[in-house]
Write a protein that binds this ligand. Structure first.
Ligand code: GTP
Ligand code: SPV
Ligand code: MN
Length: 605
């Protein structure tokens, strides 16, 4: 063992035992226990610069910023290689790939055996959630990637906060990670909820490798949350202060690359004076019923791992300014002056640059300069809109929950669920056009209940039931809304301005929460009237607004068929209440499209 082996984390017998077991299997040359210090960061950074794992960006203009290029076939989460390994198949559900735990270990043990020879094994104790919160959880990630260590230092609270929280307890998530040979043929991300353990090998990217994030804070946490009576969700958390200085909190579940970070860092438009937006979280929310009957949310992360393309001063100045310092960029293009560039940057395409793989690129190139899933990794402290409640151990009380997705057709800009049960149904039937955040085809419509399809660590039928149960226990449940910023017209143009102007929709939502806001009842829920959304200073025509708010019952017939598939997929694990909502919707649509003179006759037969 190395110079640090005798102090700090290895004094903890449970961690020590596990580290010894992993070291015996992976056979690293050295073991380094991370303490989270700045000296350690500087040392790791210097090593990464020497090996080429990091490239220094222009330090005068972007202090503390570096570029990392991942392996060309390791650029996004790989859901087909991600497994939930429970003793019983049915507990993982049709929403997960499954393998018996013993088989998963047998499959991965040969891959991990000797995997760290010639490498350093880093032991990274980390805390998810604010220090001092009874809701926070400790993990320990063992990894052979310096880039993963540097990223974990940004995304989680590494070192003393974790060890202090853990104390003498053995209750920590065992997160084992190795780059392996980075081959997609030998890549697996295995979750063992019953053992509170993750084994990941063969990827150094994002949710595959930063195991505190999707693996622990969503897949394992969702499992634990069901046992303990709370919710672990793929949600942003936004604080909104209205012109009367009242604070409101909104949580929103949107699938990957569908706008959570942007909404969480919303900059109010100048035409809506007096509004202030604060960021609590941009990707993951842990939500708990409070003694006051409300739902309280906290963000377990301490940084942002955000989509770079499309981030500009125009679309999101808060996000853009935030990533000028202390940021690790992954897979963006590099300009000659040592600054990064990407599609959707304010600056025009550079005459010459290096693309995300380090190859010469010019505007004439047919390929993108930055990878569509290129990302920034930035400490929360760099975010100018960070909420003063960010570290509040109790979290913040949620007034409204949004379900949003990328839908070019059918789905209106916003509508309101009739109650929690109907809202759970809206979440359960969410579908979205796929993005570059996961490998596979982009733009294909797929079912993504609650934006959790890739992240729910157990049978989703049970998860829907758990949502109903949590809601039933709240005396002041959040109101639930469906939103869609991505509806297009016949020529493919977005009808809605999006970004800052989404505040106009949130304003209506808060009006509804307070018992106001003009709306019409439709077959799917309450939709704003044409004049209900504040369009002051916005050039969205009446015709476009009408199109954005349109609910055409005929278009919903095919949605019913799709929902039927979902109902069948979960069989008797699908809650009765959601089947009833589905049947209710079908009835409403039927009534709306059947000419009135036929309704009576049908009943006569
Ligand atoms: P993950 O980190 O993958 O979970 O993604 P996310 O949900 O945080 O998505 P993000 O905010 O990073 O947005 C993804 C993409 O959608 C970016 O290219 C944004 O520019 C674009 N986007 C975000 N909000 C809007 C919007 O209101 N309108 C439009 N048209 N595009 C948006
Ligand atoms: C997502 O895909 O939802 C992300 C990025 O937030 S990753 O961490 O890679 O999962
Ligand atoms: Mn995400």
């Amino acid at each position: 063992m190395n110079r640090m082996a005798e102090k700090g984390v290895l004094a903890h017998p449970g961690i020590r035992k596990w580290v010894d077991e992993v070291a015996a299997m992976t056979r690293p040359d050295r073991i380094l226990v991370c303490d989270g210090s700045e000296a350690e960061r500087d040392e790791l950074t210097a090593e990464c610069l020497a090996t080429g794992e990091l490239i220094a960006l222009n330090q005068q203009r972007m202090p503390g910023c570096y570029l990392h290029r991942s392996a060309p076939h390791d650029v996004a989460r790989t859901e087909h290689l991600t497994y939930v390994c429970t003793a019983r198949h049915d507990d993982a559900g049709p929403n997960n790939n499954w393998m018996p735990p013993a088989d998963a270990r047998a499959r991965l043990t040969p891959l991990f055996t000797g995997a760290m020879q010639g490498r350093t094994m880093y032991v990274v104790p980390f805390l998810m959630g604010p220090p001092g919160s009874r809701f926070s959880k400790v993990g320990v990630e063992i990894t052979d990637s310096r880039y993963v260590v540097l990223s974990m230092r940004i995304m989680t609270r590494v070192g003393p906060p974790a060890l202090e929280h853990l104390g003498a307890s053995d209750d920590f998530t065992r997160c084992l990670h190795s780059l392996g040979d980075l081959s997609p043929e030998r890549r697996f991300i295995m979750h063992f909820p019953e053992q509170n353990t993750v084994w990941s090998i063969g990827s150094g990217y994002g949710g595959n490798a930063l195991l505190g994030k999707k693996c622990m804070a969503l897949r394992l946490a969702s499992w634990l949350a069901r046992k303990e009576g709370w919710l672990a969700e793929h949600m942003l958390i936004l604080g909104l202060e209205d012109p009367q200085k009242q604070m409101h909190y909104i949580a929103g579940a949107f699938p990957s690359a569908c706008g959570k970070t942007n909404l969480a860092m919303l900059v109010p438009p100048k035409e809506l004076p007096g509004w202030k937006a604060t960021t609590v979280g941009d990707d993951i929310a842990w939500l708990r019923p409070g003694a006051d009957g409300r739902l309280w949310a906290l963000n377990p992360e301490s940084g942002f791992f955000g989509v770079v393309p499309g981030t500009s001063h125009k679309t999101n100045p808060t996000a853009f300014d935030m990533i000028q310092r202390n940021t690790i960029y992954t897979n963006v293009a590099l300009r000659a002056d040592g600054t990064p560039w990407w599609e959707g940057h304010d600056d025009p395409p550079p005459a010459a640059a290096l693309d995300w793989q380090g190859r010469a690129w010019t505007p004439a190139s047919t390929e993108k300069a930055a990878h569509p899933n290129s990302r920034f990794t930035t400490p929360a402290a760099e975010c100018a809109s960070l909420s003063p409640e960010f570290e509040n151990p109790n979290g913040v009380p949620i007034d409204a929950i949004l379900f949003g997705a990328r839908r070019q057709r059918r789905i209106p800009l916003v509508y309101q669920a009739r109650n929690w049960q109907h809202g759970t149904f809206l979440g359960a039937t969410l579908s979205s056009e796929t993005t570059a955040a996961a490998t596979g085809k982009v733009g294909v419509l797929r079912r993504d209940p609650m934006a959790m399809w890739p992240f729910c660590g157990y049978n989703m039928g049970d998860y829907f039931q758990h949502w109903l149960d949590v809601g039933a226990g709240l005396t002041r449940p959040p109101k639930i809304f469906r939103v869609n910023w991505f509806r297009t017209n016949a020529s493919g143009r977005y009808l809605w301005a999006g970004f800052s102007d989404n505040l106009r929709v949130l304003k209506w939502i808060l009006e509804r929460c307070a018992g106001g806001g003009k709306a019409v009842e439709t077959v799917v829920g309450a939709v704003p009237t044409l004049d209900a959304i504040d369009r002051t200073g916005l050039t969205v025509s009446d015709a476009d607004m009408a199109e954005l708010l349109k609910v055409d019952p005929a278009e919903w017939v095919e949605a019913i068929a799709g929902q039927e598939e979902l109902m069948q997929m979960f069989g008797n694990r699908m809650p009765r209440e959601l089947r009833a909502e589905h049947e209710d919707l079908a009835r409403r649509i039927n009534a709306a499209i059947t000419p009135p003179d036929l309704i009576g006759r049908e009943g006569d037969e």
